[in-house]
Design a protein around this ligand. Structure first.
Ligand code: NAP
Ligand code: FE
Length: 379
């Protein structure tokens, strides 16, 4: 039983956790850049809470509020240029996974002005600026991972930038900030967290400690998902708190295990079809579990058990109820996306070692093309 467990982020969880623990910011810097999306950081109250504490501590700041969803390298470079210009010595990301990932990448590129090829090398010679993460969605776990998932237009896909110094120095998780999420974003981000926990549990890199967090996260999300179906307009603070906690646990999992083929398959769905990251994983979730079961039925049964589902068919039903219908995909897209997913680094973590054919089958079944492809074969 050999394993490493490294979690350098100081995690503060709970209502008003920024106000109660802001002193941790004091020694980190005198000039902050706040990295956010367009509106949600302000609308949910997180940005104001941070600003109040910065004012009180006499830390000055400027705001980069142009982070795109699934931020591109170009978008990050704009943020890094601003960080350099204002001589920021601390980077505070406030938002969903996109602003948090952007903050991490900006913290690297502000001090390491490397070219695009070197962005994904993981080797940076100069110290990375300290990063603070304030999540406003409950899904990515980015607040406790060393990853920034960037859109790379040259490869027409998303790409993982990572190095140990990209772990945030501190993360403030206040579930109140997620109260403004729509029902759909709540579902999609929850399914991202669930994918992290399940993929981590089914990863070749899983450890006893990551499994402990993964199974706990799966159980908590499994308890919350029925509420999102039964009362889609009433997502109360208890559900929000549980989802944020489960997302944190799942983030700790993938910080150690990485993701697997499901995320690799989801990325082209986001890049080419504009499908939200968590929704993309959700659409693939059931078929992924079915293929995983062919290699390790016991582990998949444990996942189902934690989700309080008797069978894989019940999992199909649950995902259909949560996600509604699927987007449309054709066979040309499936062939191309399968190639991309097969060669993605995260696919190597999958313990059932998927082939191009396996990946194609997962797409075909997830997007209901099995009837079409069977009749095409028959004709
Ligand atoms: P997101 O892309 O950050 O945001 C999606 C939408 O949600 C945006 O329109 C955003 O608005 C809005 N939003 C955010 N918080 C809100 C709130 N409290 N109330 C209302 N609307 C809110 O979504 P995400 O799912 O959190 O992040 C997805 C990204 O994270 C992807 O790029 C994915 O690859 C990445 N990711 C990273 C990791 C990691 O370990 N680093 C893991 C998984 C996923 P604004 O634009 O106004 O902010
Ligand atoms: Fe994810």
């Amino acid at each position: 039983m050999d394993f490493n467990f490294h979690m350098p982020t100081n995690v503060f969880f709970g209502h008003n956790c920024i106000e109660r623990n802001a002193e941790i910011l004091k020694p980190l810097g005198r000039k902050a850049i706040l990295v956010t999306g367009k509106t949600s950081a302000t609308a949910c109250g997180a940005e104001n809470d941070i600003k109040a504490e910065l004012h009180a501590m006499d830390i000055s700041f400027d705001i980069f509020n142009h982070v795109e969803c699934n931020p591109s390298i170009e978008n990050i470079r704009d943020g890094a240029a601003m960080a350099q210009k204002i001589m920021a010595d601390i980077v505070i990301g406030i938002g969903g996974g996109s602003p948090l990932d952007a903050a991490k990448a900006i913290a690297v590129l502000a001090t390491n002005p490397v070219d695009n090829d070197a962005v994904f090398s993981g080797n940076f010679s100069r110290p990375v600026l300290p990063i603070i993460a304030v999540p406003t969605t409950a899904g990515t776990g980015s607040e406790v991972t060393p990853y920034a998932i960037l859109t790379d237009k040259t490869i027409e896909n998303k790409h993982n930038m990572s190095c140990k110094a990209m772990f945030p120095a501190a993360a403030f998780l206040d579930p109140r900030y997620t109260a403004s999420l729509s029902r759909d974003l709540t579902v999609h981000t929850a399914l991202d967290a669930l994918s992290h926990a399940v993929e981590g549990y089914l990863s070749k890199r899983a450890t006893p400690l990551s499994d402990m967090h993964a199974l706990n996260s799966i159980r908590i999300i499994g308890q919350q998902l029925p509420h999102l179906i039964q009362n889609p307009t009433i997502i109360d603070s208890t559900i929000r708190r549980q989802l944020m906690y489960a997302s944190l646990l799942a983030g700790i999992v993938i910080a150690h295990t990485g993701t697997t083929v499901m995320h690799a398959m989801g990325n082209p769905l986001t890049y080419f079809k504009g499908i939200h990251h968590g929704r993309a994983n959700g659409l693939l979730f059931s078929e992924y579990l079915k293929f995983a079961a062919t290699a390790n039925e016991v582990k998949v049964k444990t996942v189902l058990n934690r989700l309080q589902l008797e069978t894989l068919e019940r999992c199909d039903e649950l995902m259909n109820q949560l996600l509604g219908g699927t987007e449309t995909l054709d066979m040309v897209e499936i062939k191309a996306f399968s190639q991309t997913a097969l060669h993605a680094k995260s696919t190597r973590n999958t313990y059932f070692s998927p082939t191009q054919e396996t990946i194609e089958r997962m797409y075909i079944k997830s997007f209901g093309l099995d009837a079409v492809s069977t009749s095409a074969k028959d004709s």
